[in-house]
Design a binder for this molecule. Structure first.
Ligand SMILES: NC(=O)c1ccc[n+]([C@@H]2O[C@H](COP(=O)([O-])OP(=O)(O)OC[C@H]3O[C@@H](n4cnc5c(N)ncnc54)[C@H](O)[C@@H]3O)[C@@H](O)[C@H]2O)c1
Length: 334
């Protein structure tokens, strides 16, 4: 039977890239989304594809979720308020969506005859690691933001379904995304640094020595497909860090990568910024279990962004600020 995969929150930055990957592999793909960032254009290219189905709505609306779930075999859950800044700005909405909304949706999916449910979490769950240690999936979690706290709570909620749910659940702790997509977000480190320096602006970098893992959106899409195609016993109720060690980088290393392409870029450094996250991550499990290795380096991402900028693809980022970043929301959506 052909898989029919519903991506909840599939119209944002990463969702459309996963959609292309899965449609390209011959699967049916559905999307449930409410366009929190006026991101309607992201689904337009798919609408004429008979293997694609879009449902407008909030995942917390059972009617909308039921409609979106018709004929579906697998679910990928991306929806929510994404990132520390937007959740700090709207803590009540973040709790309603990222805690209650996600948990009740995961509950609601039980008994629906689904094969796999993939929940996308974040490496931000590791918070601040003082040592040189690489965090593997068993490393103690210490989420610092409301955003990461909700992800940790959702992970626990999902793992507790191990002997209860009929679906096989997999948690992917994504590194920070970069790279081109229909909704390229410029509020994320690699994309932001590249754009600011390419525009000739002075880039202010906080805590340049802090480490984090990064991963290209197209690599994330390949990984989602790999999980959906993996034998159930390899991924059922497993947590995987999603990325590759080669893309564990300090902010300084990212700056240097961009400066290699824009040597006259201006950078100012400051310590003690508001975001103390610092973590290096082990991706051994995803490599050894699923054979997953990212194919794009941060340098590849910087180059493709610069080439798109030179071609005037991103001339309207300032005017369409909210389309290119998670800044403002109206919720519930009118
Ligand atoms: N982008 C990253 O660097 C990154 C890193 C780690 C983890 N992740 C995770 O990956 C997932 C996707 O991230 P993204 O960058 O594409 O985010 P995004 O903000 O671009 O997309 C989120 C989408 O979810 C939709 N949405 C929000 N609330 C909804 C609701 N109640 N019902 C239906 N749809 C809703 C939004 O309209 C949006 O289209 C998220 O779960 C995020 O936490 C992202």
């Amino acid at each position: 039977m052909t898989k029919s995969i519903l991506i909840i929150g599939g119209a944002g930055y990463i969702g459309p890239v996963i959609t292309s990957e899965l449609l390209g592999a011959g699967y049916d793909v559905g999307c449930l989304d409410l366009f929190l960032y006026q991101n309607q254009p992201c689904v337009v290219p798919f609408l004429s594809n008979p293997k694609y189905r879009f449902t407008y709505g909030d995942m917390r609306d059972r009617g909308a979720l039921d409609r979106a779930l018709e004929g579906v075999t697998d679910v990928v859950l991306l929806a929510g308020l994404v990132g520390d800044p937007i959740t700090a700005k709207h803590p009540d909405i973040a709790r309603a969506v990222n805690d209650e909304g996600v948990r009740s949706s995961l509950d609601y999916l039980v008994g629906k005859g689904l094969d796999k449910v993939v929940f996308v979490s974040t490496c931000s769950n590791y918070g601040l690691i003082e040592s040189d240690e690489l965090a593997d999936e068993t490393f103690p979690l210490s989420p610092l933001s409301l955003y990461a706290k909700s992800k940790v709570a959702a992970e626990e909620h999902l793992m507790a379904k191990k002997n209860v749910a009929d679906y096989s659940a997999t948690i992917l702790r994504f590194a920070t995304a970069f790279g081109l997509a229909p909704r390229t977000r410029f509020d994320l480190t690699v994309n932001e640094f590249t754009r600011e320096l390419a525009l000739g602006r002075e880039l202010l970098v906080f805590d340049a020595h802090t480490w984090r893992p990064y991963c290209h959106v197209r690599d994330f899409a390949r990984l989602i497909r790999a999980v959906l195609e993996a034998p159930r016993e390899k991924v059922a109720f497993e947590v995987f860090n999603a990325g590759g060690e080669a893309n564990n980088l300090t902010k300084q290393m990212i700056v240097d990568t961009v400066l290699a392409a824009i040597p006259d870029g201006k950078v100012r450094y400051k310590d003690h910024g508001s975001d103390p996250r610092n973590y290096r991550v082990s991706f051994r499990k995803v490599r050894e279990t699923l054979g997953f290795e990212p194919s794009f380096t941060v340098r590849d991402g910087v180059e493709e962004l610069l080439s798109a900028m030179r071609a005037h693809v991103f001339d309207r980022v300032e005017q369409d600020r909210n389309f290119h970043g998670n800044y403002e929301i109206e919720y519930p959506v009118p």
